[in-house]
Design a protein around this ligand. Structure first.
Ligand SMILES: Cc1cc2nc3c(=O)[nH]c(=O)nc-3n(C[C@H](O)[C@H](O)[C@H](O)COP(=O)(O)OP(=O)(O)OC[C@H]3O[C@@H](n4cnc5c(N)ncnc54)[C@H](O)[C@@H]3O)c2cc1C
Length: 409
């Protein structure tokens, strides 16, 4: 417990960092909070498929960071972090300056390693960033038809924590891409000349959900005539082709690939902080296994599996509660109970909500498809955008709980 104002530094203003910022306001004048990010905007990645496929302006997938940070009584530092010196409790910026912390919250996200895919820069497209999604939108506008290949490159994880070793960080975006590109091609009369083939590096497509979700999503995939092949590990991209490690070569006029995820470079450069792949190893209270003044949440952590905004927020709540307890001695730390919750747009007014903890031994494994799911996704994204990273209030989440309870029965 600290008697003077604790200095808390939050690294990253994404899902995890902003959630922590808003949660840590509960400390009031017991803490001075600083949030650091080299971007001036926070990027809502779940809005990027609509940027690529539905004409959403990319400005609508990001919002300025400084104002919500200062309005929360915190200070914003618009700089990149070079490394963390955990023994000295210091953050080193990319200009060599440093800042000390009493407590550090790491919400740096994962590195999307496009350059690990040979030929990506020349022949590939993706959707994970606000540079890639508009680039894909521009390519689609020029697309005249031909085979479309969509899939995820294999990621490799460290071994310090006991988390599932998924071959793909999260295949929700792949589902969104296949359905939304199909819808776009149909609208433009290109679908007959543009078969969509999907590959997954895992033995099962959508490894992290149960049989009921597999059956429901599988039926939608079959209805669209999309072919999904599992166990395909991407080797590289060529002009007109996607090449796999087993030597297969799929013809492709448009190759859309999710890159492998790696630990953030900051963690890789920081001695003793990351696991073998640069992800932050934590216990279930989101405290670093070796440095008690450091907590982490979201894609940067080894425990976030799959890599989902929903899990980033859940972990940020836990990590914030851990810090609040350290600083004030008050409050309970919620239990980490991973689950998959996401809504995948399918083009037009259609979407599929997926809610499942079956993979983690729980009883829930359900989907809800249709216009209501689409409205829920729209409502969530708009709320997040217009409130600068807040999640819908309890009333909305209680309404959602009611719908989900009905679906479960
Ligand atoms: C296309 C797509 C669609 C998705 N759809 C969904 C969905 O529908 N539902 C869902 O739950 N999840 C979805 N996800 C996953 C979700 O976006 C991520 O899990 C989530 O963004 C993770 O949040 P984060 O805060 O951990 O990391 P990020 O959102 O990546 O934020 C990390 C922050 O750290 C900052 N940072 C990075 N390096 C430095 C540095 N050196 N110094 C300081 N700051 C730094 C970054 O600028 C960034 O602001 C989707 C992902 C993609 C790619």
């Amino acid at each position: 417990m600290t008697s003077v104002r604790a200095k808390i530094v939050i690294l990253g203003g994404g899902f995890a960092g902003l959630r922590a910022l808003y949660r840590l306001r509960a400390l009031g004048d017991r803490a001075d909070i600083v949030l650091v990010d080299p971007r001036t905007t926070s990027l809502a990645r779940p809005a990027l498929p609509e940027v690529a496929f539905s004409g959403k302006p990319v400005e609508h997938a990001r919002f300025p960071l400084e104002r919500p940070v200062t309005r929360s009584g915190a200070r914003f530092i618009n700089r990149g972090v070079e490394r963390i010196d955990a023994n000295e409790q210091r953050v080193v910026f990319d200009n060599g300056e440093t800042i000390r912390y009493d407590y550090l919250f790491v919400g740096l996200g994962a590195k999307k390693d496009y350059d690990a895919i040979g030929g990506f820069r020349e022949f590939g497209y993706s959707i994970c960033d606000d540079s890639e999604a508009p680039r894909l939108a521009a390519a689609l506008a020029q697309f005249k038809g031909g085979p479309v290949v969509v899939g995820t490159a294999k990621s490799v994880w460290g071994t310090r924590v006991d988390a599932p070793m998924l071959a793909a960080p999260c295949e929700g975006p792949v589902a969104e891409i296949m359905f939304m590109v199909g819808h776009d091609l149909r609208l433009r009369g290109l679908h007959k000349s543009s078969a969509i083939r999907v590959f997954s590096p895992g033995d099962i497509f959508f490894e992290d959900v149960g049989t009921r979700v597999h059956a429901d999503v599988g039926a939608l995939i079959a209805r669209e005539g999309i072919e999904v092949t599992t166990g395909k590990v991407l080797s590289h991209l060529e002009a007109g082709a996607v090449v796999f490690e087993d030597g297969d070569r799929w013809e492709s006029a448009l190759s859309i690939v999710l890159p492998p995820y790696r630990g953030n470079d900051v963690i890789v450069r920081s001695k003793g902080l990351g696991d073998e792949q640069g992800f932050v190893p934590t216990d279930a209270t989101m405290r670093h296994l070796d440095f008690e003044r450091i907590v982490a949440a979201g894609d940067a952590t080894a425990l976030s599996m799959p890599k989902l905004g929903h899990i980033a927020v859940m972990q940020a709540d836990i990590a914030s509660a851990t810090l609040i307890r350290d600083v004030s001695g008050e409050g309970e730390i919620p239990e980490f109970r991973p689950e998959v919750f996401c809504i995948a747009n399918r083009g037009g007014e259609q979407a599929t909500l997926i809610y499942s903890n079956d993979f983690f031994g729980g009883p829930i494994d359900l989907t809800m498809s249709g216009a209501i799911a689409h409205m829920m996704k729209w409502g969530f994204d708009e709320y997040y955008f217009h409130t600068a990273g807040h999640l819908p209030p309890d009333l909305a989440t209680e309404g959602l709980e009611l719908v989900l309870r009905e679906l479960r029965n």
